[in-house]
Design a protein around this ligand. Sequence first.
Ligand SMILES: [Ca+2]
Length: 477
Amino acid sequence: MLHKYDARNYHHIDINFGPDPEGDLKLMATENPGDPATWKWTSADRLFLDLVDSLHRRGIRVIMDYSWNHTGVLFWAWQDLVKNQEKSPYRDWYEIVRFDDPGTPENEFEYKGWLNIMSLPELKKVDVPVARVSGHPYEGNIAEGPKKHILEVTRRWLAPDGDTAKGIDGFRLDVADQIPMGFWREYRTYVKAIKPEAYLTGEIWWEKWPDEMMNPAPYCSGDVFDAVMFYQIYRPARSFFAQPDEPIDATAFVDSLNFQWNRLAEPFRYSQMNVNATHDSPRLLTCFANKGKYKFHNSPYDAPRNISGKPDEEVYARVRLYLVHQFTNIGAPSIWAGDEMGMWGGDDPDPRKPLWWPEFKFDPETRTNIQPGPKEYDQVGFNNDHFKFVKQLIRLRKDNPVLVDGKIEFLVADGPVLVYRRYTDKAQMVMVFNVSTTPHEVEIPEGKWQNLLDGKTINGGKVSLEGLSALVLKPGN
Ligand SMILES: [Ca+2]
């Protein structure tokens, strides 16, 4: 499978994404990859920097996704190490158990791959004072050689040819909990010295899959990241909006949100990367369609009854309610590429399928055809209604900054009904949700309101809410 986390090098864009892969290879052959003074810009690199420039001109900022924990086996330093063993200048870059003894016919070479995946050799960790406990932060650092290289690569993308205006705007940092905190603190200082507003978000996930998630607090206290991928806040939202087999009511949902936020100093609640689906989890629609535990046997390969294809109408309605919540909640809403197109898909590798670009037509997609019995098919393609809905929510958040920086107050948490207010000194908005399929009465603040989802005016006081409906209320005239 092509996951692209098996980097051949860190300092170039994959040649296959550029216009001249062969020319790029020739250019790269003239470099010493260990010496940044010799690095050149390939056609793929230039195309990427052009893209960054185009996005910047449209007010869009760009962060790159890097794993500083491991490389691929075609990585230049690893190749040198495999060939030259103890004589390699990169002998201290990786977690080597033992080198080959040239005096014996057999190859004694042994190393550690990330999660024992031997195609992903791990960069060497040093100064680790106590044994690492999985799912918890740990002290230590990355060995000098690879660390220096990582920092040079980081500078290259943040400030290409020394110009931060042309560079990217931050990093999403893969498997951040596998990398020692000493490295991250140094990394933050280094990054912020180059570009103080650069955004750093770390992948922090399971303390103990599938029930306990990591505490983001050690990573969000000012000296490490600006945010984590806040799966912690998505899981309770799914339990409330999707009403799965183990549902929660509005009171429990509010408790969960407060529990997560209370772990963080207030500014960090606003900078969190509020993910729902990612390349490592089922797509949002599919995550709502399946009613079992979050991220637990969520692919048809290990759960044959899992719904991997087009979900039913109720699922769409529930996902829309959740999206209204996500875009009116504290924290930065994150949509996994393709979810805005209405894509569905089970757990990894299914969320990594090619995107449903509107200009493409697709053959019907086979559904759970790994199971015995009659085969089923779904018609796949760009979902314009879903796309327009997500676009409307993005617009709504951009037009109403109170949704970005306003405080939150929960007004009603009553069974399936949730009402909260976002407010500043100058503005306020009220969001109302009914996650049951039947109508419910709810009390909203007095005054005249406009529902930004449909433009209609509503008077405050008791209102009747349709089943599976939401209101996004702004004071009206
Ligand atoms: Ca040998």
